[in-house]
Design a protein around this ligand. Structure first.
Ligand code: COA
Length: 360
């Protein structure tokens, strides 16, 4: 995982909008969140998380066949943030694409990568959730700006002859609720213009109560369905790692599933809602706290804009306890930068020598 250094507390927010630490903690469970500075981007945070995940899995960036980046705050409409990460970590053999399913994106991306491995077309995938939501949040809107934070997390998925990994999954959407949580402008439906900027239409808009009702309904139902599909009972589950949007939503799901809170990972207090990054960040912290052991049955469950929701049941085959591989991101980045520059220069020479006046 990788989060920016800067921390924004509820007390800091109370200086910016009409709110209070008490209100935010009571309604959401959030105490603070990390916020990107000028040099952090979704890709830079995602690249750091990807390299750390490869280090634990003892893989080289050149071993990676597929990179999926789930993100709600991509660097551009295109190219994909996944391609920026692929270039910066030197994963020269990997196909890379972004997956857009708001906060559920990480669950959908894991399912896609697991199926590509099961189908036999790839061996090693890196799945990343990476966000700089602070760039698309309206810092004058107290309904939304208190909720979100920045960060990234990554999983490595590998083909293995040992049984384990993803056992079942569900992926659901209800586009009729798209207007409950969305960014109106900046896409092709409402291209950026002076008016969209003046009206703040490129910021996140949310109907908080509607999203809350939807989330409490689908979180428990999704988890239950994924567990049943795996042929298990809720009692067989050792740990649930839910999307971290609001502590009350997680507690409501726990009550509905009759699951004790000790079996549910909650760290929304420290990071706020980091959208696609929240599940991998919560997983890393669960591993660091020895709450997740090899062989454990784990449920990942998420929900978000779209509306979308999804859940999966997995037998945890990591974490790997041996000494992680030494990989120096800075060195890979330098090599990747030189390679990128050389390729760009070569493209220009190629166009100059062979491309003038011709169309393909
Ligand atoms: N500080 C203080 N007061 C606030 C406030 C803030 N940051 N935000 C809203 N309020 C006020 C409202 O204006 C309202 O005042 P009113 O009664 O005078 O109109 C009052 O608090 C209650 O607002 P309400 O929207 O009903 O609060 P709530 O209990 O539903 O909590 C959310 C608001 C946003 C925390 C809650 O709806 C939520 O978490 N929804 C889900 C959001 C989410 O998870 N989104 C991401 C999904 S991936």
């Amino acid at each position: 995982m990788s989060v920016p250094e800067k921390v924004l507390t509820n007390h800091d927010l109370a200086q910016m909008v009409e709110t209070s630490d008490e209100w935010i903690r009571e309604r959401t469970g959030i105490r603070e969140r990390h916020i990107a500075d000028e040099k952090d981007t979704a890709a830079s945070l995602g690249a750091q998380a990807a390299i750390d995940a490869l280090r634990v899995a003892k893989l080289h960036p050149e071993d990676v066949d597929l990179i999926i980046t789930a993100t709600s705050s991509p660097e551009h409409l295109f190219p994909a943030t996944a391609c920026v990460i692929q270039d910066s970590i030197g994963a020269v053999r990997a196909g890379a694409f972004d997956l857009s399913a708001a906060c559920t994106g990480f669950i959908f991306a894991i399912e896609m990568a697991a199926q590509a491995i099961r189908g036999g077309s790839i061996k090693n995938a890196v799945v990343i959730g990476a966000e700089t939501l602070s760039r698309i949040v309206d810092w004058t809107d107290r309904n939304t700006c208190i909720l979100f934070g920045d960060g990234a997390g990554a999983f490595v998925l590998q083909a293995s002859s040992e049984p384990g990994g993803v056992q079942s999954s569900i992926m659901r959407s209800d586009g009729s609720g798209g207007d409950a949580l969305y960014v109106p402008a900046g896409g092709s439906a409402m291209p950026a213009s002076l008016q969209t900027v003046q009206e703040g239409m490129h910021f996140v808009k949310m109907n908080g109560r509607e999203v809350y009702r939807f989330a409490t309904r689908v979180m428990a139902a999704g988890a239950r369905e994924a567990v049943e599909k795996a042929g298990m009972d809720i009692e067989d589950i050792d740990l649930i790692i839910p999307h971290q949007a609001n502590k009350r939503i997680i507690e409501a799901a726990a009550r509905s599933l009759k699951m004790p809170m000790e079996k549910i990972v909650v760290n929304v207090d420290k990071y706020g809602n980091t959208s696609t990054a929240s599940i991998p960040i919560a997983t890393v912290e669960a591993i660091e706290q020895d709450r997740l052991q090899p062989g454990d049955n784990v449920v990942l469950v998420g929900f978000g804009g779209g509306l979308t929701w999804g859940a999966l049941t997995a037998v945890w085959s990591g974490p790997l306890t041996e000494e992680p591989r030494r990989l120096h991101l800075a060195r890979y980045r330098r090599i990747a930068w030189v390679r990128t520059m050389l390729r760009r220069i070569w493209r220009r020479i190629d166009a100059f020598l062979f491309g003038r006046g011709k169309s393909p």
